[in-house]
Write a protein that binds this ligand. Structure first.
Ligand code: C2E
Ligand code: MG
Ligand code: MG
Length: 714
């Protein structure tokens, strides 16, 4: 049929007989070509179209013969003109639009040339559709092929029996196997040794039943290396509903897995020491509890806190502190069994979780070895540092049966180890629990106490050791608890500090003490200085409302030289904290004097005395208590007094209880004394009687009294 139409067309062509055989050969070629061939006579009418051209333009066989060429190629006029201009032998490439019989314009590209004849020139056009003009299905198929060849996911096509028909280049590079190596083989040849036969059986069963499967799979490279991949298998069905092909897609997820592992590690492990962190520790503790419940087992929980770690951090710097923590973590891990968990909860707090404790004696042995290991010197760069550790121990199910209570217990036991002098371990006991509960109740009561006027002030005279006159009074806070009676400040001040109540309480003490001082100033000729204890917690964080305190003094008309504030050494250690420094300076500038309380119990650093403007130094009562002629404490007191005087400070000795102590201190040149020998802390009215008497209250003339009531026995 094609050939006939070609021959018919050829007979129509008005060409020389000598050219005819060439032209016939040319057109016969057209009959077999995928490209569209189209020839016109000298008038531009179509005389030949091959099968491809008819398909392209949408004509039945022979139906387009005789049509003017511009009915098919509306833009071809320009090309024809150029062909005619440029001579018979030229072939021109062209692009342009074609007109499909039904579905509109086509984008075409092709070549055009003359067919020479004596009567004029007829033309031959060879063309094909440009890629952009592909129909949707073709375009999709082309895209699919493109993706298949270029994606980074390995793909593999199976026949319904599981034999491999094709693989894409990504598969070849993922597995390192050539096409030739796998095509034609059964998909079984790709099974990895990480999965057993049951795994693959279940996988293919799912594919048979549902047509698809996806999940994690370990792929194996030809070199033996295993890597995690995400594998999906899908099925394409034929029109008859039978399986046509199965497609397997392999994505390498090694990097994703790695990222997941890093994230998991960050969330569960401490970056500094590589130990499990609080989160992970909790998980393990819960897990151990569940296990111990099932097996009626016992768990031991140790809570460790390095003693005085903060000092090392502050003096040697955080980098050294970090090194110490790392080394401590290493030593700690070396003390325990592989199956035990050592964790860092944060800062210098560690825990050890001991599964399956048979004998409490074993724990005793362990705590001893931990204490010993951590007491070994730490070499940090050029420095050698010594620390110790306090350990609290508790057991499941003996002491508690849930994670939170166990941790609380161990924490309390650790605190009691600290309170008993550090560098030791303590087991949790019921009395610790009781103490903790009492403490909690006290905190609750403390919240109400200020509103309900349960506080009052006592004043303890401070005596000039030269003439025995009362020249100052220390303000000491008293809490009249509605049920417990008088509660010692040693007990409630730390609670007030922890809860923040100290700020309101401190303001109240200051206002009340200065109001009292202003009243005495009016009533008695003698100038009395009132000293007020300031807790470090009052100066830290937001600091004191100095303006409020200043305004208060102005309102009272009390000159600031009547007021002394007592601070402790610990506060000066915080001298890096600018706010504390500024506040102390502001006090000094306002004319308020500063006394350093409990000197000798903390860091006793004389350099602080120079760095800060301090007026008075109060020797702690622990030195005074054992004061005997020629004792070490005697030498210390003498040295402190001497040094303080050299630095221009006056000295107050606290806790003088016996005439002998008084005499030794007076002989050492101590300026002032305070203690039961002279008078106990007393309410304001009692203090007034003392002032009224105006007597020398040194030994022999003293009227030592117990006005405070509760304080006897201290
Ligand atoms: P502190 O400032 O060192 O006060 C001296 C303590 O020694 C007082 O105890 C006092 O009663 C006691 N004392 C005085 N003379 C003698 C003596 O001869 N022998 C013995 N054994 N003790 C003597 P107190 O009143 O129990 O106060 C304890 C601590 O509570 C005070 O120590 C102070 O640090 C704190 N404190 C008291 N009132 C306040 C306050 O208003 N604010 C703040 N932040 N702390 C306060
Ligand atoms: Mg004091
Ligand atoms: Mg003191």
């Amino acid at each position: 049929m094609d050939q006939i139409s070609g021959l018919q067309a050829a007979t129509l062509l008005p060409v020389e007989a000598s050219d005819r055989s060439h032209i016939l050969a040319l057109l016969r070629l057209g009959d077999f070509s995928q490209d569209a061939f189209l020839a016109t006579d000298t008038r531009g009418a179509v005389v030949y179209m091959n099968r491809s051209a008819e398909r392209l333009f949408g004509y039945r066989s022979g139906a387009a013969i005789g049509l003017p060429v511009d009915a098919l190629l509306p833009e071809i006029g320009d090309i024809n003109a150029r062909l005619d201009q440029e001579g018979a032998r030229n072939t021109l490439l062209w692009r342009g639009r074609g007109q499909h019989r039904q579905s509109g314009l086509l984008q075409l590209a092709g070549a055009a040339t003359h067919i020479p004849s004596p009567s004029g020139r007829s033309h031959l056009y060879v063309m094909r559709q440009r890629r952009a003009g592909l129909n949707d299905a073709d375009r999709r198929a082309e895209l699919a092929a493109l993706v298949y060849r270029n994606t980074s996911e390995g793909m593999l096509v199976l026949d319904p029996k599981g034999f491999i028909l094709d693989v894409n280049p990504a598969f070849v590079s993922l597995r390192g196997r050539s096409e030739a190596d796998v095509i034609g083989r059964h998909v079984r040849c790709l099974n990895s040794p990480c999965h057993d036969r049951e795994f693959y059986r279940a996988m293919w069963r799912a594919v048979m039943d549902t047509g698809s499967w996806q999940g994690e799979h370990w792929g194996q490279h030809i070199n033996g290396e295993l890597y995690p991949e995400w594998l999906s298998i899908n099925t394409s069905f034929g029109d008859d509903g039978e399986v046509h092909r199965r497609v397997m897609i392999f994505s390498n997820i090694a990097e994703i897995k790695q990222a997941e592992a890093i994230i998991w590690k960050q969330a569960n492990f401490d970056r500094l020491t590589d130990l499990p962190n609080r989160q992970m520790f909790h998980d393990r503790l819960e897990q151990s509890i569940r296990k111990a419940r099932r097996s009626n087992g016992r768990i031991g929980l140790l809570f460790l806190d390095l003693d005085r770690f903060k000092e090392i951090n502050d003096t040697l710097g955080h980098a050294m502190g970090d090194d110490l923590l790392k080394e401590a973590a290493r030593r700690l891990s070396a003390c325990v069994r592989q199956s035990d968990t050592v964790a860092r909860l944060g800062g210098d707090e560690f825990t050890v979780l001991l599964d399956d404790v048979r004998e409490p004696r074993d724990v005793e042995r362990l705590t001893r070895s931990i204490l010993r290991a951590l007491a070994e010197p730490f070499r940090l760069g050029v420095e050698t540092v010594f620390i110790s550790t306090s350990i609290g121990v508790t057991f499941f199910p003996d002491d508690a049966t849930d994670a939170e209570s166990l941790l609380n217990n161990a924490d309390q036991a650790m605190y009691s180890a600290k309170a008993d002098g550090r560098n030791r371990s303590r087991y949790f006991t019921a009395s610790m629990q009781e103490r903790a509960q009492t403490r909690m109740r006290l905190v609750n009561d403390l919240h109400l106490a200020l509103d309900q006027n349960q506080f009052s002030l006592h004043f303890q005279p401070i005596v000039d050791l030269n003439d025995g006159r009362v020249v100052k009074a220390e303000t000491l806070l008293r809490w009249h608890h509605p049920v417990r009676g008088l509660v010692s400040p040693a007990e409630f001040i730390p609670l007030a500090e922890e809860t923040g109540i100290i700020r309101a309480l401190g303001d109240w003490v200051f206002c009340e003490a200065t109001r009292q001082a202003a009243e005495w100033r009016q009533r008695f000729s003698q100038d009395i200085q009132v000293s007020v204890n300031i807790s470090p917690a009052q100066l830290r964080h937001e600091g004191l409302d100095l303006a409020f305190w200043g305004t208060h003094l102005n309102t009272l008309g009390l000159p600031s030289r009547h007021v002394i504030i007592e601070i402790t050494e610990g506060l000066l250690m915080d001298s890096d904290d600018d706010r504390i420094r500024q506040q102390l300076e502001a006090f000094r500038e306002a004319g308020v004097q500063v006394a350093l309380d409990d000197f000798g119990t903390g860091y006793s650093s004389l350099s602080y005395l120079r760095k800060f403007d301090i007026d008075f130094l109060k020797i702690d009562q622990s030195f005074v208590a054992n004061l005997r002629q020629g004792s070490a404490d005697h030498a210390l007191c003498e040295a402190i007094i001497l040094l303080a005087h050299k630095l221009g400070l006056r000295v107050v000795a606290e806790g003088i209880e016996t005439p002998r102590q008084y005499e030794l201190l007076a002989a050492a040149g101590c300026d002032y004394g305070q203690g039961y020998l002279f008078a106990r802390p007393m309410p304001a009215h009692a203090f007034e009687s003392l002032l009224q008497a105006g007597t020398d209250i040194r030994p022999g003339r003293a009227q030592g009294r117990d006005a405070a009531g509760w304080a006897s026995g201290r």
